[in-house]
Write a protein that binds this ligand. Structure first.
Ligand SMILES: Nc1ncnc2c1ncn2[C@@H]1O[C@H](COP(=O)(O)OP(=O)(O)OP(=O)(O)O)[C@@H](O)[C@H]1O
Ligand SMILES: [Mg+2]
Length: 230
């Protein structure tokens, strides 16, 4: 699920006297079940685009719809609902809750969703095992390495099977074995559960998995290519 249409997105930031065009008339159609990598130099607008699609920040102009629903017109409550039930975020900084254990962090979203405790526990344990953290469920973020924290963040994002996953540099702190596992997990979710993926990355190991590679520069989409996998 999840078909996304972005039309002429613009977002500027002001830094002192300078005006930065973080998104400069970006249009992008993301088909249902897509697996797209977004690449481009630092500062090209990748994170900004993910944040806009996820409704985390407001556009200056343009339109975004997810499954026909205009995200940019939703009011706060409806937007929070959409994020809670349908979108999984994996951020560049993991945004884990420091006082909660790995398992509690993964369960947190399900708790807000009202999932019963036994089901939360079962699902969080299964997903932690899948990301290779079975024995670390009781540790707090400060007791985990960067890569392990990243995997907790990924587990949290995908545990309730959102229809769209927005991942910002998900492998930035992972060794190559973990990066490979993570990408295989994403591909599995994409193929077997039709989860749509939009992944920003500098990582060639990640781009290899993309069905479609979108490159950005200076807030613009400069190329958009279907990749044939080998
Ligand atoms: N909150 C902000 N205030 C001011 N400028 C910002 C803000 N967020 C982003 N920018 C600027 O907007 C531009 C796009 O930033 P963005 O974070 O989207 O790039 P990116 O492609 O994700 O880069 P990276 O690969 O380094 O993560 C950059 O020039 C950045 O400095
Ligand atoms: Mg970024």
């Amino acid at each position: 699920m999840a078909e996304i249409k972005c039309v002429e997105l613009c977002k500027t930031y002001r830094q002192g006297d300078a005006i930065i065009k973080a998104l400069d008339h970006v249009s992008l159609d993301i088909e249902q079940g897509a697996f797209i990598c977004l690449s481009g130099p630092s500062g090209s607008g990748k994170t900004t685009l993910l944040n806009m699609i996820g409704g985390l920040d407001a556009l200056d102009s343009g339109e975004i719809s997810i499954d026909g629903q205009r995200v940019d017109l939703l009011e706060k409550g409806a937007l929070a609902d959409l994020r809670l039930h349908h979108i999984g975020f994996v951020f560049q900084s993991y945004n884990l809750i420091p006082v909660l254990s790995a398992r509690e962090n993964v369960e947190f979203v399900m708790q807000v969703q009202g999932v019963p405790a036994a089901e939360r526990r079962r699902k969080s344990m299964a997903i932690l095992e899948e990301v290779g953290l079975k024995d670390m469920e009781g540790r707090r973020p400060s007791q985990l390495s960067g890569g392990q924290q990243q995997r907790v963040a990924v587990a949290r994002a995908i545990v309730s099977q959102p229809k769209l996953v927005l991942a910002d540099e998900p492998t930035a702190n992972l060794d190559s074995v973990s990066a490979k596992h993570l990408m295989e997990l994403f591909v599995e979710l994409n193929q077997n559960h039709r989860v749509t993926f939009l992944i920003s990355t500098h990582d060639e190991r990640v781009m290899r998995y993309a069905q479609r590679l979108v490159r950005m520069r200076d807030g613009k989409v400069v190329s958009d290519e279907i990749q044939i996998s080998d």
